[in-house]
Design a protein. Structure first.
Length: 463
């Protein structure tokens, strides 16, 4: 089912995937230029040598990130000047600056702590006997870690940096910059792939206005999407397409079972119309079988008096299901047969009358006038248009024309099991503004599915 449609939609996914990958490659080049000065106060708890060593260490680490960094000590501060490019397009300059600040601060904290420990060690070695003094020194310096260090940034406040609760070290953060990078899809990125989607949908026999609606919905959903690199593009596209198709298909929904239940005890008249050979008679038998299973009693009107063998065909189905058929001679007035059948059904308290009608081309003016007469005389409660899903756009066109002649209440789309494109199923309700009631999915009586857009959308994307 829907083999060709799946193929076409896959090509759209592939095309978008390619766009995303290309954009990602573009982003490998750093984009944001940074000129940042970060001042780290040591509050005089550090020796000049220790501060110098810390400054050199900070500069070295930043240089490994291809940032030019100069770190100097001045009184009780270490000044770090950073220059270079960092980050990616998806990141604002402010975010990049914040990132640099955080990294410098964390690096500085680490270095100051390290230098403080070195200092304590050296002092202890120099004055092994002066235990009381050195322990006093040690407690003062070790407090650097939590309370003494403060960071001032020339360009922004340091509390932004403090929001970073998790301390993953400088290299960890640098790595995260690359691997957590996102691509933000914009309208320009989507243009090419959406054009492909449009062609794919049109080639799958979706009506033009339905195609436009789906493409517009997919554009709206995907534009501005932040796509994490490495995450499967297919799942994002699938989600957007699924939503768009559901939107279009759910435009007109009608619950056949509720409709019938609300009329239990009355004779509900359902007439079936459509062109030749699309599965009308078979669908009547399927509906009869379904209604019987739900406890309804049924009468059938053999209203196709035109085609040789049509009366026998419906009689065979009725015999199998144990249903009474009201019929006249071949060639007689179908309006009269159906009128008689309705009187019979009412007199015998049948819950439902199912009326077959001859298949006719929507372009045949006389036969369409005859259909209007049938519907005028026997006033059906539901007029169901039957066509085959495999007819694609033609089915949609025919549904519109039948609807102009005898306002239809909904459609049964047959032969969905043999349909590779799915276009008619997606378009027909949107174009006619009349719901799909059932799908025919085979030749057996039970091969009738109540319309469910979710089921349909799932089928399109299943492997
Ligand atoms: N695969 C498949 N075949 C179907 C389905 N529905 C009907 N058919 C087949 O389509 C053929 C035509 O079905 P009919 O019910 O005779 O069609 P009709 O519209 O009544 O034809 P006319 O009486 O000429 O108007 C038959 O062979 C059916 O078995 C379906 O959902 N799937």
């Amino acid at each position: 089912m829907f083999g060709k449609l799946k193929e076409k939609l896959a090509s759209f996914t592939k095309s978008l995937d390619k766009t995303v990958e290309e954009k990602a490659v573009e982003l490998e080049e750093p984009e944001v230029i940074v000129e940042e000065e970060v001042v780290v106060k040591t509050d005089g708890d550090m020796s000049v040598e220790g501060a110098k060593a810390a400054a050199e260490e900070i500069a070295e680490v930043l240089e490994e990130k291809e940032l030019e960094a100069v770190a100097e000590t001045k009184d009780d501060t270490i000044e770090v000047m950073v220059e270079g490019t960092i980050g990616d397009k998806g990141q604002t300059e402010a975010q990049t600056k914040e990132q640099v600040e955080t990294q410098v601060k964390e690096q500085a904290e680490e270095q100051i702590k390290e230098q403080a420990e070195v200092q304590v060690k050296e002092q202890a070695e120099e004055q092994p006997m002066a235990t009381a003094d050195s322990s006093a020194d040690f407690s003062a310096i070790s407090s650097v870690d939590s309370s003494v260090v403060s960071v001032d940034s020339v360009s922004s406040e340091s509390e932004q940096a403090e929001q970073k609760k998790e301390k993953t070290g400088f290299f960890g953060k640098a790595k995260a910059l690359i691997f957590d990078r996102e691509v933000i899809l914009d309208d320009d990125d989507l243009e090419g792939p959406l054009m492909e989607l449009e062609i794919a949908l049109l080639e799958s026999d979706l009506a033009l206005s339905v195609t436009d609606a789906i493409v517009a919905s997919v554009r709206e959903q995907l534009s501005g999407t932040r796509k994490r690199l490495g995450k499967n593009t297919g799942s994002i596209v699938e989600e957007a397409l699924k939503n768009a198709i559901l939107e279009v298909m759910s435009a007109n929904v009608f619950d056949f079972d509720e409709f019938m239940e609300a009329r239990r005890g009355q004779t509900v008249h359902i007439a079936f119309v459509g062109i030749n050979g699309t599965g009308k008679t078979t669908s009547i038998a399927k509906i009869a079988n379904r209604l019987q299973k739900n406890g309804y009693s049924i009468t059938i009107a053999a209203g196709d008096t035109f085609r040789a063998g049509a009366i026998d065909q419906i009689q065979i189905h009725a015999d199998r299901l144990g249903i009474k058929v009201i019929k006249h001679q071949e060639g007689s007035d179908p309006a009269a047969v159906i009128y008689d059948a309705l009187q019979y059904a009412k007199a015998h308290k049948s819950d439902v009358l199912l009326s077959d009608t001859a298949g006719r081309m929507h372009t045949n003016v006389n036969l369409m006038a005859q259909l209007e007469k049938i519907c005028r005389v026997s006033t059906p409660d539901l007029i169901i248009f039957v066509d085959e899903a495999t007819a694609g756009n033609d089915a949609v066109e025919r549904a519109s024309q039948f609807n102009d002649a005898v306002p239809i209440n909904g459609t049964i789309l047959t032969k969905l099991d043999a349909d590779s494109k799915g276009g008619a199923a997606i378009s027909i309700a949107y174009i006619t503004q009349k719901p799909i009631l059932f799908f025919g999915v085979g030749q057996e009586y039970d091969d009738l599915l109540k319309f469910d857009p979710e089921w349909f959308a799932k089928k399109i994307f299943e492997e």
